[in-house]
Structure formats: structure tokens, C-alpha cells
Design a protein around this ligand. Structure first.
Ligand code: BGC
Length: 444
């Protein structure tokens, strides 16, 4: 989470066609370890995505809540009440349904389920179980994320993913969640964008001032927790975190499958549409460092979640600036809707497994720009699907204008606006564009 310059990524990081399905099902049947639902009978998933910390509010036992409060902090404002979705989740599900969507992605806040080590909140587990049941009743496939950047404060104060016990602790948590509420769940994401920091840092020289504030913020959080360390995903030494996080994914997948062998499990990766530019482009270096270790493990998963917001031009020294005169988004990305079509083609070519677009969107105050983005992005996904990429769904980021991490409540990623004091929801016209596309595709 080390921002090096002011674009969307750096706010966060320091830094099916029948033949394909048939071969995939055959491979899975041969491995006998996994039972997949008959995918040809599963409709394409049209949905919207959210994450607990960004919408629930008052997530006080989480690591990022503390980082928002300490001094110094890299967070421009605290998450506070967020969208009050811990209370208003039913309304959110109703909105998704009213938009003809048939899928809703949300995350479980580990720090609510296990606020202190080994102290389980059954009330929190029940809360999330009711959400799964309500999604099903509304005709929405519940897609659950188990780690969307945040972890419990006690976990970070023990050393986070770098503590030797971390993969086991996470797998125990995942098993508990799936045992309690896994029955109606449609798909499970273990980790959201575990490659984000690698992506943000690749080819860039870190800004020393930001680095220092990051280090000081972590020291302050450790001190406030009575510890000598404080470590969380996509923060600190990115390269050191890859192995334990991959091990945590492997153990979590095994634990989930032991409870529900038929439940599709995967992770999501941040994958812009990387385009090599000129001779000696470092494109392949980036691919080897930022995606390859994750692809290697994902090949044994049931699907891969792809999250794309724009394209990235790669020259001989690393990332190139956005071309002059290009249309931009609110967070400094190039407006490039067709990026998602290219990145799902690439991700499928590398892994050979079904692809789920788990996030795609843009920050903008101009809702007509979002409408154009949705039309272009979904067309590129549908084209890839027609060309044989086994893409099983498209989940727009995000349902709501929410807490955009370091950037606070400035960037507007939502299909739905949220009043910052009454929390009243207002559906934007662009949401109706997505609703129309979903309706026409689902009624084919
Ligand atoms: C993250 C979201 C974030 C979005 C927009 C993704 O990297 O998963 O939590 O809000 O991008 O920046």
C-alpha cells in the first residue's frame, strides 16, 4: 500500500464456449478432487462488487481502521460510517436486484468474525449468513471474498502474513465461515489482489517521503497495539509476502473444499491491459514478476477473478505515461474501457481456467463517462466470450460510492451515489445501462 504517485493503483498499493467447458470439466473429473456444477446450466453472472471495509462502517477491530486513526497516516480521511451497509445491506441487495443483476460480490470482515484471536463472534457469522440467504431469495448469486485487504488488528500486530502461523490462522477462519454460512454461496474468493503492491511498485522508484510516512504509520500502529510490528497485505516488503499468501490461499482452498467440495474457489488479481511499446519493452519482465507466481497456483483453482481498470503501456524502462491528450478518469487512469477484454484473454491464455471479471470500473464525477465505460467494457467481455474465452461473469466495481482507501470518499466508483450523512442511496443513470445489458444478455 505504498503510493508512489497519484493514480488509482497508487492510492491502494505502495505502492464459455462448450468445447472449453467440456475440456475443463473433463480435466476436473479426472482429477476427481473437485466436483463442479454443470457450468453450461449456470447463467452468466451479471453483478456488482463491494468490500466490507469500504461500505460497512465502523469496522473498528480491523488493521486499516487503526491505520486511519494513527499519526502520521497516509489515509486522507477515516472510513467512519462508510456507507452504513452493515445496517443497510438489505437495501443494497434490493438495489442490485432492481438492476436486473443476478450476482452480488461482498466480503466478510475477518475482524468482525474474530475480533480477538480465537474469540469467535457468532452474531457476525449470522449477519453474513443472513446476507447470503437474502441474496438467494433475491435471485442473486452470493460471491464471497474472504480477504479484501483488511485483517484483524490482532493479526497485523502479530506480524500479519509474515507470521509463521498466518496461513493456518487464515485457513481456520475460512473453514469456520464456510461451515457456518457456505451453503448458499455461489463462488469464493480467498484473496483480493494479493499482487497489488507488486503491480504498483514494478518499474517505479518509490517516493522517499511516502515511504517514510508509511513506515512511521506502521510504527505508530504497532505502538498503539502494544507490539513491535504491524504488517498487512500489500504493505511493506511485497516480495516477502508472496510465499506466505500463496500458502494461505492453498490451505484455505483445501479447508473450504473439505466443507463444500463443490464450491468454486479462486483468487482475484489486479491485471491492467499491459501493452508493450517499442523495441525492448519490459512487458515480459513485468508479467514474470507481477502475475506468473500467482498464475502458477491459480491453475489448480476453479476460476480466476480478473480486475482491470485501464491499460498500461510498457516501455524499455518500465511503465510509460498515459498518452498525451488521452481521456482520463478521476483517479488519473486513462479512460480505456476495452482493457478488460484484453486482460481476460491474457489471463485465460496463461491459466486455462474459467475467468470471472470480479472488478471493472472507473472513478468519475461524470456519470455519462461511466455509462460509456460500461458499454465499451461489457462489449469487449462479450466479444471475448464469443471468441471462446470461458468468462463466467462480469461484476462491476462498485455498487456504491464508497471508501476508496487512501483517497477516502473523493473518488466516485459507484453505480449508486450515497449521501454522506443520511446514507440515502440514489441510483445513477449509468446503472440503468448495466441493467439493460444484463437483461438483454440474460434473455438471449
Ligand atoms: C480494489 C478495490 C478498490 C478498487 C478501485 C481494487 O484494486 O479491490 O478495493 O476500491 O480497486 O481502486
Amino acid at each position: 500500500m505504498i503510493p508512489t504517485s497519484l493514480n488509482r493503483r497508487n492510492f491502494l498499493s505502495a505502492g464459455l464456449v462448450a468445447a472449453t467447458l467440456a475440456s475443463r470439466s473433463q480435466a476436473l473429473a479426472q482429477s476427481a478432487a473437485v466436483t463442479m456444477p454443470d457450468e453450461s446450466s449456470v447463467p452468466f453472472l451479471w453483478g456488482a462488487a463491494t468490500a466490507g471495509h469500504q461500505i460497512e462502517g465502523n469496522n473498528v477491530a480491523s488493521d486499516i481502521w487503526l491505520l486511519e486513526q494513527v499519526k502520521p497516516t497516509l489515509f486522507s480521511e477515516p472510513s467512519g460510517d462508510a456507507c452504513d451497509s452493515f445496517e443497510r445491506w438489505h437495501e443494497d441487495i434490493g438495489i442490485a436486484r432492481s438492476l436486473n443483476l443476478n450476482a452480488y460480490r461482498f466480503s466478510i470482515e475477518w475482524s468482525r468474525v474474530e475480533p480477538a484471536e480465537r474469540q469467535v463472534s457468532f452474531s457476525a457469522l449470522e449477519h453474513y449468513r443472513r446476507m447470503v440467504v437474502a441474496c438467494r431469495e433475491a435471485g442473486l448469486a452470493p460471491i464471497l471474498t474472504l480477504s479484501h485487504f483488511t485483517s484483524p488488528r490482532w493479526f497485523a500486530a502479530k506480524g500479519g502474513w509474515l507470521h509463521h502461523d498466518a496461513p493456518t490462522a487464515f485457513a481456520r477462519h475460512c473453514e469456520r465461515v464456510i461451515r457456518h454460512l457456505g451453503d448458499g454461496v455461489s463462488h469464493v474468493v480467498t484473496f483480493n489482489e494479493p499482487n497489488l503492491q507488486l503491480l504498483g511498485e514494478w518499474g517505479r522508484t518509490p517516493d522517499p517521503a511516502t515511504r517514510k510516512t508509511m513506515a512511521d504509520m506502521l510504527v505508530a500502529a504497532a505502538r498503539a497495539s502494544g507490539s513491535d510490528r504491524f504488517s498487512l497485505l500489500n504493505t511493506g516488503d511485497a516480495a516477502r509476502m508472496v510465499a506466505p499468501v500463496l500458502e494461505a490461499h492453498r490451505l484455505a482452498r483445501k479447508a473450504i473444499k473439505a466443507v463444500r467440495p463443490d464450491l468454486p474457489v479462486g483468487m482475484t488479481l489486479a491485471i491492467p491491459d499491459d501493452q508493450g511499446s517499442g523495441a525492448n519493452s519490459l512487458l515480459e519482465d513485468k508479467r514474470a514478476k507481477v502475475y506468473a507466481p500467482f498464475f502458477a497456483l491459480a491453475r489448480d483453482d476453479d476460476f480466476l477473478g480478473v480486475q482491470t481498470y485501464s491499460r498500461s503501456l510498457i516501455g524499455p524502462d518500465g511503465p510509460l505515461p498515459v498518452p498525451e491528450g488521452a481521456e482520463m478518469t478521476q483517479t488519473g487512469d486513462e479512460f480505456y474501457p476495452e482493457a478488460i477484454g484484453a486482460s481476460i484473454r491474457y489471463a485465460y491464455a496463461q491459466t486455462g481456467i474459467p475467468i470471472l471479471v470480479t472488478e471493472n470500473g472507473l472513478a468519475t464525477e461524470d456519470d455519462s463517462q461511466r455509462a460509456r465505460f460500461i458499454a465499451g467494457a461489457t462489449a469487449s467481455v462479450i466479444e471475448a466470450r464469443s471468441d471462446g474465452v470461458p468468462v463466467i461473469g462480469y461484476l462491476h466495481w462498485s455498487l456504491l460510492d464508497n471508501f476508496e482507501w487512501f483517497a477516502g470518499y473523493g473518488p466516485k466508483f459507484g453505480l449508486v451515489a450515497v449521501d454522506r450523512t443520511s446514507f440515502a442511496r440514489t441510483i445513477k443513470p449509468s446503472a440503468q445501462i448495466l441493467a439493460g445489458i444484463a437483461r438483454s444478455d440474460l434473455s438471449r
